[in-house]
Ligand binder design. Sequence first.
Ligand SMILES: Nc1ncnc2c1ncn2[C@@H]1O[C@H](COP(=O)(O)OP(=O)(O)OP(=O)(O)O)[C@@H](O)[C@H]1O
Length: 280
Amino acid sequence: MNTETNPRPTVAKTGVEPVVRLRNAGLRFGERVLWSGLDLDIAPGEFLAVLGPNGSGKSSMVKTLLGLQPLTSGTVEICGKPVTRGSRLVGSIPQQQHFAPDTPLRARDLVALGIDGHKWGPRIFHKKLNRKVDELLERVGATSYADRPVGVLSGGEQQRLRAAQALSDDPRLLLCDEPLLSLDLHHQQAVSSLIHSEACDKGAAVVFITHEINPILQYVDRVLYLAGGRFHIGAPSEVMTSKVLSELYQSPIEVFESHGRIVVVGMPDAVTHQHPVEGE
Ligand SMILES: Nc1ncnc2c1ncn2[C@@H]1O[C@H](COP(=O)(O)OP(=O)(O)OP(=O)(O)O)[C@@H](O)[C@H]1O
């Protein structure tokens, strides 16, 4: 259910073929409706933040766009075609999980897997592969630890490699499922700036799930806020307001701005809005 008074299939730039097109999209599990009647176009170069409490359906939205979770109503298209599992048009940075210390992979091997790990038969000609890996490592600022085992790298260093892997095929759509989780403030900024410059600036659309909008506020074009089977879409200044969040949560919530940060007060107890951040 959309909480907007005048719902529209929001298209950021008219006349441009959207990367994602959802029409009357709905997802339910049994009696539980995560969302319904969702009309949304995401344009090339657009950065969409997806926010909402635990269990509101953010990851399910990403699974739908990956072709892993069929809609229960409506349609979804990527670049004008029905979603298919394993599409080369889509890159994904999954929720962070640390590699075990003894993982037998160097940083560069992980990135190389993004380039040719999905291909059958002989590997791409070695020199060409190495060149592309070096270029990607440089793009994400990981050249200095290219030959170190992934398991000994910090969370932020590992996350940069996941970003390199996701960007290796120059996807038209980059899906990021809480990529900042467990990163300190410095690495949150580095990873979000990297995603913006390497995806949006090159014309890809980004769908970025987060519990905390402040680290990415400067990059966000629009917010899709999911809560209690309802949703609201709009610019951060339209969505992150006391009125909209109180409607979504059906409970009084105060939103105010302080030193360029959005502060939300009065979230229902059962709702975790922020994950703890190292170094804060
Ligand atoms: N395949 C499934 N079958 C039944 N229920 C499911 C299935 N997948 C997800 N759900 C339920 O749908 C709800 C939304 O899950 P989802 O993982 O999308 O939430 P989320 O917003 O990403 O939550 P979080 O912030 O905790 O990661 C949850 O209650 C989950 O248990």
